[in-house]
Design a protein around this ligand. Structure first.
Ligand code: 8IG
Length: 262
């Protein structure tokens, strides 16, 4: 049972960190790892695969650590790196961090990622707030008759709060694909037609799992490339890491400000 495994992970984190409860969680995806230090120095940090049922991330740019950081009045559980669906381990490892966050006492989770943009006007380095999602993976982390509402999956309250702090933040619809290949130009044309503004290989399944355990979700995408066919250039993972490095301090401060305001 995923809930049982999450409870085991949460109990281990609580025992080893000495922090009984964490009220907010953050998942830092590729491009965002360098933002971690701007959240403040951790009171506790371990390798993610030393916590029950976590697997170490395989992508470069994902550092595979869990931190506990005090920010404002909050106890924040920070996951540096995530497990992706394209690792073919199934949806449970992909959503274990989200469920562990809920089992640790979190009421809110901030899911970050790097994404390709379907909007040419969004420059590389732009942080976009996710307003809604399209799950193109064909997968769900939920089993059985669990009819979870996905209306307002991305918390209107948290989105309003970010708009107040950073009024220039654009919003868009995030489409998750399985990957690991990037899209063909024809696939990007299809995604634009069905209403996507951003495309990536994470987050949507995590948001589904988060809503199933009543976590408030804030989603933030760092635009690191224009989607396939928009510039005519081939896509390259190194540009993802470079855009993250270049934006790290700005993104980290933005995250810390948002957390303080929650
Ligand atoms: I960063 O253009 C990043 N991740 N599928 N397509 C997909 N995933 C991505 C992309 C992209 N950019």
């Amino acid at each position: 049972m995923p809930g049982v495994r999450a409870a085991e992970a949460a109990a281990d984190i609580a025992a080893r960190s000495g922090v009984g409860m964490h009220d907010i969680a953050v998942v830092l995806g590729s491009g965002w790892a360098a933002a971690a230090d701007e959240l403040g120095s951790p009171d506790f940090e371990v390798d993610i695969d030393s916590i029950p049922h976590f697997t170490a991330p395989v992508v470069s740019g994902h550092s595979g650590r869990i931190r506990s950081v005090a920010i404002g009045g909050h106890r924040v559980l920070v996951f540096l790196g995530r497990t992706h669906l394209y690792e073919a381990l199934g949806t449970e490892p992909v959503t274990h961090a989200v469920r562990t966050a809920a089992a640790s006492g979190a009421h809110s989770i901030i899911l970050t990622n790097a994404a390709g943009s379907l909007r040419p006007e969004w420059e590389i380095g732009t942080a976009v707030m996710i307003s809604d999602q399209i799950n193109l993976t064909g997968e769900s982390p939920l089993v059985g008759p669990r009819f979870v509402s996905m209306t307002d999956a991305y918390s209107p309250r948290l989105r309003a709060l970010v708009q107040q702090l950073y009024p220039a933040t654009p919003e868009g619809v995030y489409a998750q694909v399985r990957g690991p290949m990037y899209e063909t130009p024809a696939e990007i044309t299809m995604m634009r037609t069905i209403g996507a503004d951003l495309v990536g290989m994470s987050t949507a399944l995590e948001t589904i799992a988060a809503r199933a355990v009543n976590l408030e979700v804030l989603g933030l995408s760092l635009v690191t490339n224009l989607a396939s066919g928009i510039t005519g250039e081939a896509l390259d993972h190194t540009e993802v890491l470079a855009a993250g490095q270049a934006s790290a301090v700005r993104l980290g401060r933005m995250l810390a400000e948002i957390i303080r305001a929650i």
